[in-house]
Design a protein around this ligand. Sequence first.
Ligand code: UTP
Length: 294
Amino acid sequence: MTKKTIKKAVIPVAGLGTRFLPATKAIPKEMLTIVDRPTIQYIVEEVVASGIEEVILITSAGKSAIENHFDYDFQLDTVLKEKNKTVLRDELANISNLIDIVSVRQKQPLGLGHAIWMARNVIGDEPFLVLLGDDLVRSPVPCCKQMIDLYNRVGESIVAIQRVPLSQTFQYGIVEGEETEHERTFKVRRMVEKPAPGTSDSDMAIIGRYLLMPEIFELLAKTTPGHGGEIQLTDALQALSNRRGMYAYEFIGRRYDAGDKLGYLKAIVDFALEHPDLGTAFSDHLNKKLSGNG
Ligand code: UTP
């Protein structure tokens, strides 16, 4: 059977961002800056670098700054042109030309599963990617590209995973499964959302990257509210896994939960240290600080 090409990526950004209040009262958490660009820009750049043609943003009231960030700003462009700021103009033009973006409103934050379900009409009958709007992955080959390469071999849904200490598994969706002949790839047997301590001996935690078959929409429609009264994606993923099979892929790279204060700070430090203009000066500053001379 020929596999359908992955052309679309869904990025849900409709959550309330309560972990980051008060910073996120008026500013979407996806617009918080990591060194010199908002989190969401890194995510859209990963999508583009993975060969995707269209992004579907699941948004909510108060998130228009995200759409504006990827739009063309005529007034700003005119001012920059008058001031001969060519490099800046080009950089802004590159952002607005990155990729086609379609927005769908999620009217109430009814959970990640519900947010993805909102994309059903735009996706239609094709497999697609999902990237969480606050999950950053730094890797030589974009995480989504790694997943698409695996999909081209296995032809089924894939969840990206990372290993976490067993003491932290209660904070994640956890996958249990068996190794396959494909490197870093496991066949999913069971998925459990935030397992109570001691109820799962797996350390494979689902992160914010999924490659899903379109049947997920039908299964999401049947999913009743679970943990926290929200429509959980994990329940529908388990149903999809039972029906067609699913793989868990231990991606190569480093993931940052930029929707969490500590994860956000780690991302800033690592991205700043690797920044071509700032890296050396920032590293000197950190070294002085850590040795008590800063
Ligand atoms: P999170 O639980 O990390 O986001 O959801 P949140 O609800 O915004 O954050 P906290 O926990 O209150 O701090 C993961 C992703 O799913 C989106 C979020 O925007 C985030 O990118 N999401 C979540 C939705 O789009 N809709 C929802 O109803 C819930």
